[in-house]
Design a protein around this ligand. Sequence first.
Ligand code: ADP
Ligand code: NI
Length: 213
Amino acid sequence: MNQVDIAELYRQVKEFCEHDTTGHDWWHVHRVTQLAIHLAKHEGADVLLVEPAALVHDTDDWKLKGGEGYPNATLILKAAGYNSKQIADILGIVVQVSYKGAGVDTTPRSIEAMVVQDADRLDAIGAIGIARAFAYGGSKHRPLYLPHLEPQLHQTFEEYKTAQGHTINHFYEKLLLLKDRMNTATAKALAEERHRFMEIFLEQFYREWNFKP
Ligand code: ADP
Ligand code: NI
């Protein structure tokens, strides 16, 4: 086993995503990593793989970079002392994490990928999830809401990736579906309260939108 420097990994990732304003900033990565470690301990996943996978899970995200492969994660992991086999194992988890549309099956195969995906999804719902959705929508110049557009559920990754909606639609195409798609019991329990909060938010949002004096 070669020596890895986990403190160096944290330092590199922090430096990499410090200036993001699309909801994929260092604090997102930090929250996901804390949640992933918590879930790993409860679900019997290998923390030595889960922690680095959570740390690099968004450094090559398709929404931000649009490119193939994991060049950023590979460099960062190498710099922290991980060898090729370890990097392959970690990226094998990362590749299973991302959401690709309401009708697209992205069920992870290993318990390590399950907990990292659950952690990432817990940070996409609840109060923080709402804040991130509007931050991301703003970064893509999307309107908050267009009442004449019915909720759309995409059946392919291509459709989901290229869709041009308003941010309220993101609740229907993704956020409200996540509670029932959590992989682990620990994450399911944590998702309940966050899910309820989004339902309350939407009710209030429509009430204010449809205000009649
Ligand atoms: P994933 O890879 O599963 O999308 P991320 O960690 O990259 O997970 O999180 C994506 C973040 O960006 C989430 O908070 C998500 O709600 C937000 N997001 C993605 N697509 C949209 C969209 N079309 N409108 C608003 N927010 C979005
Ligand atoms: Ni993420």
